[in-house]
Design a protein around this ligand. Structure first.
Ligand SMILES: [Zn+2]
Length: 432
């Protein structure tokens, strides 16, 4: 009985937050639903963000323009959903403008933010457009924790992705309005999964299906001057003319969170939840289809800046947004240099670049043969531990518990490396 009441309360809270804010992007929902199914999911992707930021500081590719090849799937039922080539081409142009700071409205950024905005130097090329006619409905079922991922599976009326590691797949379809008991709770304009390295998670956390990686957009928000009107549940229909839902979703795909840190789901004070980016001012709520320069949802200190409504990762109007910050750019490029490195054809080892590093110490070091590993991890048996010599050749060394026995090996320099699905440690050993 108690359980039923609790379920009902959380269900009502979910409905209330949805109907008051009108969902326009599914990222909140992705993370929120995954967190419910797999407690710790949010923490894990936060770790991914942190790793990506660190990766950026380690890389030497920071002056390159990266090119992402794009495959577009138009999955249509009515003729109007079968977008023509010019809308799709114009969407790629918009991505190129906004991700290379060539957008004409870039100068509209307010002076207070002029020093923190930048050019991501990310280029997009259209590799292929795949048209699939369907009679499948693409629905969001919040209560079954389901997004419209059936659009990504050909056997159930969608379109299978092209290699998700090497191409950004964008699926365009009619996303059905979110309803409950006949009431329109809002319209999802698109959603994307953040990079989350699921290959390296425990098997039971392998969600979502790796083939679901990419961006989904409603057909009415794609390209320049899309003629179709959207009813986002705000009392009037809106025409999306600037194709910036795709810019926002690709931002998520490259690791960005909303500038308000998505704290409104479940957090008492959402100013406490940050987007993990240093140079976006703290914000506690989204701009709900407004462009209000006075908006300042978190103003704890005297030198606090207003909310950065011109940021692509807010929910301001398409005419209002025009910029990414340098911090956001560093993160996106860091993701392209680690988790999504195959997209931009960097020579990278995707099996290790994103693993969280653990500090260990080895003692005694140097040693005559027996080395002990000291680490915060009690059970080292969860790691695959290998020893390499100075030329990188794997050594067949016995490792028992926390000790490594190199007694019968020649003197010199060795390396120990331990890895599991989420973590890695590396250390030098010197044998006398
Ligand atoms: Zn979003």
């Amino acid at each position: 009985m108690k359980k039923t009441i609790l379920s009902l309360i959380s269900f009502l809270l979910l409905c209330t937050s949805l109907s008051s804010q009108q969902v326009i992007c599914g990222y909140d929902l992705v993370v929120d639903q995954m967190e419910k199914q797999y407690p710790g999911y949010r923490k894990s992707i936060n770790k991914t963000f942190e790793n990506a930021k660190q990766q950026h500081t380690l890389t030497s590719h920071s002056n390159m323009t990266y090119t992402i090849p794009v495959v577009v799937h138009v999955v249509w039922n009515e003729e109007v959903e079968k977008l023509n080539d010019s809308l799709i081409t114009s969407q790629i142009e918009i991505l190129n403008e906004d991700f290379q700071r060539l957008n004409e409205d870039a100068d509209n950024v307010r002076d207070i933010f002029a020093d923190v905005v930048g050019n991501p130097m990310i280029n997009f090329t259209l590799e292929e457009v795949i048209y699939v006619e369907t009679d499948t409905l693409f629905e969001i079922d919040l209560f079954a924790n389901e997004l419209a991922d059936n659009v990504k599976v050909s056997s159930i009326g969608g379109s299978d992705p092209r290699d998700v590691n090497r191409f950004l797949n964008i699926w365009i379809c009619k996303i059905q309005p979110i309803t409950f008991a006949g009431q329109n709770l809002g319209q999802l304009l698109g959603y994307a999964y953040p990079p989350n390295d699921l290959d390296n998670w425990p098997a039971e956390l392998m969600v979502p299906n790796p083939n679901f990686d990419g961006v989904v957009l409603d057909y009415r928000v794609v390209g320049k001057n899309n003629p179709n009107m959207v009813d986002p549940g705000l009392g009037e229909e809106i025409q999306f003319k600037k194709g910036r839902s795709a810019v926002h979703e690709v931002g998520h795909y490259l690791g960005l969170r909303h500038i308000w840190g998505d704290g409104q789901f479940g957090a008492l004070d959402s100013c406490d939840e940050d987007d993990g980016i240093e140079d976006t001012p703290n914000a506690g709520a989204s701009s709900e289809f407004t462009c209000n320069a006075l908006q300042n949802t978190c103003s704890a200190s005297a030198d606090d800046l207003p909310d950065m409504i011109e940021n692509f990762m807010d929910y301001s109007t398409e005419e209002c947004v025009n910029s990414f910050t340098i911090g956001q750019i560093a993160l996106m490029r860091g993701v392209l240099e680690s988790q999504r490195c195959q997209l931009v054809q960097l020579n990278c080892d995707v099996s290790t670049t994103h693993l969280a590093k653990i500090n260990i110490s080895i003692f005694p070091n140097p040693s005559d043969g027996i080395f002990y590993i000291e680490s915060a991890v009690d059970d080292l048996s969860i790691f695959d531990i290998h020893i390499y010599n100075a030329t990188g050749t794997l050594q067949n060394v016995s490792i028992s518990g926390k000790s490594i026995d190199l007694s019968s090996y020649p003197s010199g320099l060795y390396f120990v490396e331990g890895k599991n699905k989420t973590h890695i440690f590396q250390q030098k050993l010197m044998k006398h």
